[in-house]
Design a protein around this ligand. Sequence first.
Ligand SMILES: NC(=O)c1ccc[n+]([C@@H]2O[C@H](COP(=O)([O-])OP(=O)(O)OC[C@H]3O[C@@H](n4cnc5c(N)ncnc54)[C@H](OP(=O)(O)O)[C@@H]3O)[C@@H](O)[C@H]2O)c1
Length: 309
Amino acid sequence: MKALIIRKYGGPEVLELAEIPDPAPSPGDVLVEVHAASVNPIDWKMREGRVLRFFDVPLPHVMGRDMSGVVREVGSEVTGLQPGDPVFGLANPLRDGTQAELVAIEADLVAKKPDALTHEEAASLGVSGLSMLAALEETAPVFRGMRVLVHAGAGGVGSLAIQYAVDRGAEVLATASARNTDYVRSLGASKVIDYKLSDWPQRALDCDVVFDTVGGSTHQDSQACLKPDGALVYLNAAPLPDTPPREDIMVLLAPVRTSREKLERVAELAAAGAVRAQVTETYPLHEADTAYARSQTGHTRGKIVIKLR
Ligand SMILES: NC(=O)c1ccc[n+]([C@@H]2O[C@H](COP(=O)([O-])OP(=O)(O)OC[C@H]3O[C@@H](n4cnc5c(N)ncnc54)[C@H](OP(=O)(O)O)[C@@H]3O)[C@@H](O)[C@H]2O)c1
């Protein structure tokens, strides 16, 4: 099969489109014909070897975590899935990934794809959807009447998080650069704040929850936006400053874990129209290097998807 692989860690030059043997599913796996695989910042961070302290990834490695496709084979221990089922899900980062024509993936890490979604849309929802749920449903739950600030509202995670919080009945503010103001407003944010303004925190005061996917000074300065007893929730990839947090707020890591149940929750929200997938750029597999370069700018809108079929 064709696959996007790395044989060593490094810059864009280590990405290689290779012909490699088809994967063989273990008893607990499904073998999936990948139709679409999205690109996440974790992909180029992994290519650079920046996640080695979290995952000891064996090389050579097939890249990619998110995917949507059709089950070709099921392992002997798999229940609830059949060949021909359309599924979406997330590869285990310690195993070969999804930016390939086929992936062998634990059956617990996929869920049925809603009929209403294309494969491109479903492939965009795994990492970002589970991150949104980890932050705003599981760690700092958002309820009707809350005031919520979502950072990087135009990004893969932020664009879903805004929609989710709006659907929960919250008043949603978001940060974005000026060129993304209209886009972020179209997702449901009632106020869009240009993060390049030095006084941005003063424009988003009295929040119950701030969701930070940016880290660094954004993480630190966000503390000013919270009410007493408010929660600053962040993803574990965010770099943290050393300064201690305010004592009257909670600063919470949202651990992003994958399971079929959580993917089904994302599918339910998407099928109900509570969150709409935000695919803004698609590339064929042989242009995956361009997809990675675009993601690595840190200034894309919504999700970038590699289309394989
Ligand atoms: N398990 C985990 O811990 C986990 C899971 C998912 C994501 N993450 C991490 O979370 C981060 C975001 O992921 P993502 O997929 O949403 O990334 P993304 O789609 O690449 O985010 C791009 C967006 O970030 C915005 N942005 C850049 N700098 C900003 C700033 N200072 N303030 C506000 N917005 C800013 C850009 O807006 P403009 O174009 O308008 O500048 C752009 O729309 C990444 O570091 C990722 O690795 C971690």
